[in-house]
Ligand binder design. Sequence first.
Ligand code: UTP
Length: 290
Amino acid sequence: MKPIRKAVIPAAGFGTRFLPFTKAVPKELVPVVDKPVIQYVLEEAAASGITEAAVIVSDGKDAIRHHFAPVPALYDRLRHDGKNDLLESLEAIDGLMRLTYITQTELKGLGDAVLRAEEFVGDEPFAILLGDTVTTSSCGVPVTRQLIDAAMRAGGSVTALERVQKALTKRYGVIDGTDEGDGLFRVKTFVEKPAPEEAPSNLAIASRYVMTPEIFGFLHSGKPGKGGEIQLTDAMRALCAVQPMFGLEFRGRRHDIGSKLDFVKATLEFALARPEFHDALADWLKGLEI
Ligand code: UTP
């Protein structure tokens, strides 16, 4: 497999689950403590060896571009005030990687968002990281890097997998596959939102992917499904019939910030992990009458 240098970051969706906040502000800019979700996503990509990303945006999402653009007047002020730590943290954002913005004019689903990046990706395998989901690694290797390493070893596309409660499979796309050991599964097919009694597994597709460029052919021929959307999972199902496709039960957790409850949980978890907040927040939480 060719090296994986490029990533596609879908960030065009309406974010209806996070209304009313997302009426004017993209959900990808929801902060977890002091950084917007999409900054965590790009930091994960950069730490995984990605050097170029296409961010898929829609009208009204210019604030995402602004977040990653330099602000000379602010930098001058921070330099003048001797706030070098802040200045460095902002310059680090500018230097993360080369970013291209692609507009998805009609919100026709995740599959359509990825298809907008066909020309950007070209003939290379690439990563997809959903712009509204943060991951944490429990082994020191960023989740996208875990996927890239697995794709290199296995020689095929790899999707991140997360175990979910069997009773909740109706909310997820799950795999039907065989265990190859070390968290890797060979995917036979994907089943969208199965009832628990019909679910072939409780291994759910989890917001990070490494795909071969052949996925684009299947996105082109994909028929719009529920709500007129082109589903990425449908194209992945078609791809796994002609190419080896794997799933990796990654080491770590994912936090879907597009869900209000996950957002609140992630905010507390990430704040507790910060030494400057840990003790004060833990004391305050203990004092809450729950
Ligand atoms: P979601 O399904 O979570 O996004 O897609 P959504 O449609 O904005 O969410 P709700 O259900 O209305 O709250 C996961 C990712 O794919 C992007 C979203 O921006 C999000 O980061 N996406 C989704 C697109 O880029 N284009 C689309 O047409 C749909």
